[in-house]
Design a binder for this molecule. Structure first.
Ligand code: ADP
Ligand code: MG
Length: 480
């Protein structure tokens, strides 16, 4: 907890993003399960998030009507930091410190449930799963190392389904319990949540009320009688009341028209969705119609992915008719060598209960896969054509290995991958050369492309075999 609190001291407000994203995940899970089991919605058809603030007492409550947790799930999910997103955060934190990532960026990583304690002395999670008859309350204080779980007995606190978090704010953080403050933070953090978020706001409407005239001012006629035609005076007053107010726009960004979405919005969406802290190198938003209909936004990350063999990357979020299905199907939608591509894919043609088996068999998926792969190539080609040569060098440094693998594995796309390849050569200093560039500077009589491999680039470059070719002015690709 100490480490979290210290590393996030100036980014305390991330707690709200984390808790709202958990609420949104819980709603996603429920919506997905309710497709095959509509009964799950019988306790309340509304899928939303409601946030109420009590600024006098410094309390925030965040209520979602999502999947909730059983008693056992409370123990498993919130019982230890190890099973929480917070453990992932600590790992990323460590890596980013090794990579010298600016600590201001840290607020953009996922921090998980425990971020609630950044601002709270005490947190209560009252939750009702449709799988359980009873509602349970998990409670813990920042100071202690333990938690309690009890059954919710207070009839006023029972909820039909979902989870209610109550944050008892620390003295210095009570400012977060101001309705305007919460609304502002939400607008900033949660613009891509696809469920409505309501906040409890004070509102006012104006109305005209009659006022009693001051008797001293009552005008009298010459005879001392009050004039008959004196009009009753009115004044405008503001009537105050409290009500829920919708705070976010819920249309998913990929359903919008690409022309109307700015690069900043695409980048924000990427960073929020994939917990990234750097803008992507490229993005591509497209719709395909005809035989198979789907919409997608794809991204090339700017951060390095180490493990080429790791197929379970959770890089592609699959939706069917806007319902989030899974982020576990990347391998079915992209070949291994493109597993670094991130994005969302939303199809109207797949069944909602789609499984890995269905995906592997499906003709629709084969067509989708083909289109997605082509779009990924276009996106990469776009980076290679950019004015800024550094962009592609950065890309190549991170993912060059992947494309070389693709060139060997994917015969069908050979011609698309070849122009994307880059190599060092005997004549280049630090600069990467494409095959086209090589061919352009070939000697008139030169018939072949030459390459040499060594333990390192410099040993390849200094190999005695090259002397002759160097004399002839032939360029040689160097591999390590
Ligand atoms: P992550 O979201 O990365 O899994 P968190 O620390 O944010 O990690 O949350 C831990 C777990 O607690 C979640 O995976 C989920 O199972 C459970 N959880 C948290 N908030 C809610 C909620 N509002 N409704 C249902 N389950 C929740
Ligand atoms: Mg989370």
């Amino acid at each position: 907890m100490d480490l979290i609190v210290h590393s996030l001291y100036s980014n305390k407000e991330v707690f709200l993003r984390e808790l709202v994203s958990n609420a949104s995940d819980a709603l996603d899970k429920l919506r997905y399960l309710s497709v095959t089991d509509p009964d799950l919605l019988k306790d309340g058809p509304e899928l939303d998030i409601r946030i109420q603030t009590d600024k006098d007492n410094g309390i925030i409550t965040i209520t979602d009507s999502g999947i909730g947790m059983t008693r056992q799930e409370l123990v498993d999910s919130l019982g230890t930091i190890a099973s929480s997103g917070t453990a992932k955060f600590l790992k990323t934190l460590k890596e980013s410190q090794e990579a010298n990532v600016d600590s201001n960026l840290i607020g953009q990583f996922g921090v998980g449930f425990y971020s609630a304690f950044l601002v709270s002395d005490k947190v209560a999670v009252s939750t009702k799963s449709p799988k359980s008859e009873k509602q349970y309350v998990w409670e813990a204080e920042a100071e202690s190392n333990s938690y309690t779980i009890r059954e919710e007995k207070d009839p006023e606190k029972l909820i039909p389904r979902g989870t209610r978090l109550t944050l008892y704010l620390k003295r210095d953080d009570k400012g977060f319990a101001h309705p305007e403050r919460i609304q502002k933070l939400l607008k900033n953090y949660s613009q891509f949540v696809s469920f409505p978020i309501y906040t409890w706001q004070e509102k006012g409407f104006t109305k005209e009320v009659e006022v009693d005239e001051d008797p001293a001012e009552v005008k009298t006629g010459g005879d001392g009688e009050p004039k008959k035609e004196v009009k009753k005076k009115t004044k405008t007053v503001v009537e105050k009341y409290w009500d829920w107010e919708l705070t976010n726009e819920t249309q998913p960004i990929w359903l919008r028209t690409p022309k109307e979405v700015s690069t900043e919005e695409y980048n924000e969406f990427y960073k929020k969705t994939f917990n990234e802290y750097l803008d992507p190198l490229a993005s591509s938003h497209f719709t395909t119609e005809g035989e198979v209909e789907f919409r997608s936004i794809l991204y090339v990350p700017a951060t390095k992915k180490e493990d080429i063999t790791d197929r379970k990357t959770k890089n592609i979020r699959l939706y069917v008719k806007r319902v989030f299905i899974s982020d576990d199907f990347d391998g079915e939608l992209f070949p291994r060598y493109l597993s670094f591509v991130k994005g969302v894919v939303d199809s109207n043609d797949l069944p909602l209960n789609v499984s890995r088996e269905i995906l592997q068999e499906s003709r629709i998926v084969r067509i989708m896969r083909k289109r997605l792969v082509r779009k990924a190539f276009d996106m990469i080609l776009g980076i290679s054509c950019s004015e800024n040569r550094d962009d592609y060098e950065a890309f190549w440094e991170n993912y060059g290995k992947f494309l070389k693998l693709g060139c060997m594995e994917d015969k069908e796309n050979h011609k698309r991958i070849a122009p994307l390849l880059r190599f060092f050569s005997s004549q280049s200093n630090e600069e990467l050369i494409s095959l086209d560039e090589y061919v352009e500077s070939m000697k008139p009589e030169q018939k072949a492309i030459y390459y040499i491999a060594g333990d390192s680039l410099s040993s390849a470059k200094n190999a005695p075999f090259l002397e002759k070719l160097n004399e002839m002015g032939y360029e040689v690709f160097t591999f390590d």
